[in-house]
Design a protein around this ligand. Structure first.
Ligand SMILES: [Zn+2]
Ligand SMILES: [Zn+2]
Length: 419
């Protein structure tokens, strides 16, 4: 079997892998990489060496699903396997990607008709159920990362290949954590945070509550710039009960649409009380409401997660000096979020603006940390480990080989290896 890395090899973004079994070829994820700070720069997966017979999508983040519709540009009929929430959320993400491309005068990566064609060839997968295509059997497991995220263990004539997508073992408020994995032969594993353990989540949430309490008490606004998918819903879940009735909690940006999809798949969420929490927040629907959101003390959860555009930036400009910004996601260099964190500045249309209120970084990562990754490796006891979805996986490869004796490989984008 040959594994081709078309993206996410020694990099984060544009996850795309083609596995050629000799009898069949299939793609695992087909994402894009948004180069931060530069709205023009979008990186796509490398060209497929051959047409796939089917595609498996692990989840609906753009770095995993973002380029899928392009596979349908000539009316192709290749089936793609994904959970129902992944399909529903991906459609929102794809349409938004077209909107963003237009706004930035970028060529569209695909057309609306390609999204429709992809939709037609969706083949549902369900956690805990077996699927079979062209003699390849696959078991599907909950990946605990966001709504609809799964990992798959493919059985190819007796040889097992497990692809994790993005996963998180440790439970969060909304997700019960990834399922225990079965044994496998070849493990293709995300290693974003191979080098560190996340601080305990309860402590992080406690810190958030302390800051919010203080800022609200002094009459300011707390802004949480947040990714639309995953983080917005996490924050609603963490904040709604505690602050309802004390201070308004606003939700703005694309996270509103995605929250509505979360509500349609309650059976897949850990917190059955999530709908009641959503009732306690206010969705901002127009610019008048947006302006009002900062007139009094309030909490605002808004896209974009790294403050590169989206209503979050507008809220920040309206906030009183007693306010604070809490960043809960990784901030890539070159983004406003990173600038804010390191220099208390942001950049809008080439103008630099100094920000006077405090900015905090409190990580609520939805990715596996070092402990999670080692647990996963031990439980799958693979013969071979392929490290993906990390900027520094080659260092991890060395550690796994030399200190732990694993046959590990940090595949590079563009590399093809025999497995
Ligand atoms: Zn993800
Ligand atoms: Zn990812």
């Amino acid at each position: 079997m040959i594994l081709h890395s078309l993206g996410a090899g020694q990099e984060v973004g544009r996850s795309a892998f083609l596995l050629d079994t000799g009898n069949a070829r299939f793609v695992m994820d087909f994402g894009i990489k948004l180069v931060p700070g530069d709205k023009k720069a979008v990186e796509y997966p490398l060209e497929l060496p051959a047409k796939p017979h089917f595609v498996f999508l692990s989840h609906a983040h753009l770095d995993h699903c973002g380029y899928l519709p392009s596979l349908y540009s000539k009316g192709e009929t290749v089936p793609f396997l994904a959970t129902k929430p992944t399909l529903e959320i991906s459609k929102i993400m794809w349409k938004d990607a077209l909107k963003v491309a237009k706004l930035n005068n970028n060529p569209p990566p695909f057309k609306h008709k390609d999204i429709k064609q992809a939709d037609k060839y969706w083949d549902p997968v369900i956690v805990g159920q077996k699927n079979s295509l062209l003699g390849i059997n696959m078991d599907i497991y909950d990946a605990g990362h966001i709504l609809g995220s799964v990992y798959a263990n493919f059985d190819i004539q007796g040889k097992k290949v497990l692809y994790t997508g993005d996963f998180k073992y440790t439970p969060t408020e909304l997700h019960k954590g990834a399922d225990h994995p079965p044994e496998t032969d070849v493990l293709i594993i995300e290693s974003t945070y191979w080098y560190q353990n996340h601080p305990p989540r309860e402590e992080q949430i406690k810190k958030i509550y302390e800051i919010v309490d203080d800022v609200i008490e002094s009459g300011g606004n707390v802004l949480f710039p947040s990714f639309a998918l995953g983080r917005t819903q996490d924050l609603i879940d963490i904040l709604a009960d505690r602050y309802y009735g004390k201070v308004p909690i606003y939700v703005d940006g694309m996270g509103k649409k995605i929250t509505k999809i979360y509500l349609q798949h309650l059976n897949q969420l850990q917190d059955k009380n999530f709908p009641n929490k959503v009732k306690k927040v206010r969705f901002i629907e127009n610019s008048l409401q947006r302006r009002k959101a900062t007139e009094r003390p309030s909490i605002i959860i808004s896209t974009a997660g790294m403050l590169d555009g989206g209503p979050a930036l507008e809220h920040m400009l309206n906030m009183s000096p007693k306010s604070a910004v809490i960043l809960t996601g990784f901030q890539v260099e070159g983004t406003n979020g990173h600038r804010l964190l390191t220099q208390n500045k942001i950049k809008i249309d080439n103008y630099e603006l100094k920000v006077e209120f405090p900015v905090y970084y409190i990580s609520l990562s939805a990715h596996a940390d070092r402990g999670d990754i080692f647990r996963f490796i031990q439980q799958t006891s693979p013969e071979k480990i392929i490290l993906v979805h990390s900027d520094s996986s080659q260092v991890f490869e060395e550690e796994l080989r030399e200190e732990f004796g694993y046959d590990a490989k940090a595949i590079k984008t563009g590399e093809s290896i025999k497995i």
